[in-house]
Each structure stands twice: as structure tokens, then as C-alpha cells.
Write a protein that binds this ligand. Sequence first.
Ligand code: FES
Length: 330
Amino acid sequence: MARLRDAPGGPQVLLRAFLGVTFTYAGLQKLTNRNFFEAANPGSIQSQLHASITLSPIGPLIRLAAHEPVLVGLLIAFGELAVGLGTLFGLLGRVAAAGGMAVSLLLFLSVSFNTTPYFYGSDIVFFFAWTPLVVGGSGAWSVDAALEARHARERASAGVPPEQQAPDLDRRAAVRKAASALTLASFAVVTAAIAAAVGRMSGASLQTSGAPQLSPPSTESPSPGSSKGTAIGLAGDVPLGGAREFTDPAQGIPAYVVRPSESSYVGFSAVCTHMGCTVGFFEPALQFRCPCHGSIFSAVTGEVLQGPAAAPLPSIPIEKSANGTLLADG
Ligand code: FES
């Protein structure tokens, strides 16, 4: 313990281990979870990007990213894996920590920006947790430290004083660092491929699911002299005690229409009021459940049945026209 405490950067080892394991796990978890890339799933990257567009201060940027959701999901997953392994092994420690800071900032601005109070969201905490590693580098028990020690030994045995340049020795040290980075990158790619294959074979999946999409509305107008609102589909397509997904025409966000009784239809935003994930419909209990942190909402009133969400799901006015078309936002 005293050895670790006295080593340069020794006290950072525990922080490095935690951040390294967490980011490696986060990257692998995304690659293992096949639902992360399935647009119809409420926990997918597609759903999360879509939900963040209206809630995030960088909404226009997310709207652009939403055109290539799989690529964005892969970049996030591989980015987290690279940051995690680089931090865990202490290779290019400052670069990995700066990458971790960037990922945390991105997640804070997109996913957890609306968390109240702000310290309930983990991304802002992760952002600042990276600071000591950005400033101090990997520290003790790291590949960086081992490579630097070897470089120093070589210079000492060649009799080169610290302030003097030794181009050959310095170049050799740089090549060794690049080779180590390449080895770790190859290890990351192989690990990612195994994780993705295992995830698909084991059928890992989230426990919540969405509801089928409402069939596209007819192109005819709802009915003469009928009510206001935008046609979203046919009332007959929503089963009694069931729900259908649709895109709220007013806000462009995912939403649900629920039919709690024979003649009543209610609509709710599907964007969780905690941190913006897309909720799934859980038919047996007539509830919406959030796959991210477990909030549960009534699918009849939208009220919170279980936190951490504190606010109900915003309701969307739904009306059934005389010819059986459902109209939203009237
Ligand atoms: S986003 Fe956290 S519970 Fe839904």
C-alpha cells in the first residue's frame, strides 16, 4: 500500500480501475445486446437518439446523427471500449481519459441533460471523474509507466543526460508505444467480435418491449365536418386493453395510443421523463416501463407508479372520428 501511495500517480490506480472497468463494460454491453441496434426496441440506439432530439440542447446535432443510428451506436460502443481498455491498462492514459471525458460530455448533453437535480445523472459525475487522469496521466502500474521506465533505463545505460535528446532511443520508445497501442486495439476488436457473437447466440434482450405500430392512416380526410387533429390510424387497430405506437405529429416524438376500455383512447409521449429513454408497453399490467432505470408509468393516466422519474408522461389528446379514424393533437 505504501509503495502504491508513494509511486507517482499511485493514488489514481483505484480511479483508473473503476473508470476502465466501467467503460469497457459499457462498450461490451452495447455490442452484446442485440436490441441496442433494433429500431423497434425501446432501448435501441434509434429510440434513444429519437427521444433526445427534442430534449437535448444539441438536438440539431442528434437529428443529424439519427440518420446513421447504427454507425453512431457502433462508434459509441467502440469508443467506450477503447477508452475503457486504454484506461485499464494505462496505455496512452491522457488520450484515453480525454476520450472518456468527451463521451461523458456527449452523454450528459444528450441523455441526462434533463435530470433534476443534476447530480442524479451519472454522466456529469463521470465527466469530472476523468479530470485527474487527463491532468496526471496513467500513473503507476500502467503500460505507460513501464514503457517510460524502460526508455529511462536505456538512456541511462547509454549515458544520455535527461536534458539531452537521443533521437534513436526516443524513436525506439515511440515505436514501442505505437506497437503496444496496436496490440491493444487488436485485442479490443477480437473481444468486441466475441461479445457481439455471444450476445446474438444467447439471445440477450431487454425485458420491456414496444407495441406494434399503428397502421398508417388512410389518405382520405377523417370525415366531413369532423374534428381537428392529425389522423394517425384506425381505432379498430388498437386492441382492447392494448396499445399501438405512433409518431406524435406535433412534436415528432415516439408516442403510444392506449385503449383502456371499449370506447376510450388515450395518448402519451413515449419519452421517459427521467432521462429521455423510450418507454416500453407492458400489456399485462397496463403500464409503460422504462428499460434504462426502471421507471414505471400508468398506461391509463401516465402517472408515475415507480421512480426515479418524478413527472408523469405528457398526455397527447386523442379523438376518434365518426369514421373510426384516430386523430391526435386536436
Ligand atoms: S430514463 Fe431513467 S427511468 Fe427512464
